[in-house]
Write a new protein. Sequence first.
Length: 69
Amino acid sequence: GLVNIVAGEEVVPEFVQFGAEPKRIAAAATDILSDKTKSDSIKNKLALVKDKLYPDAAASRAAKSILNS
């Protein structure tokens, strides 16, 4: 999905079309939730994606720019 595209790597598993089977999704979720190293890695990578999409103070800089126009 979009997270993986923005990250430039597979951060979270994707289940598209016929690959979206309940057993496969449950197995992937169980794997992530039972492996602290894996879940911590995903959390860290998601934080990096968030930073790419919402850089620090971007909204504040945009508001100041509008007010100064």
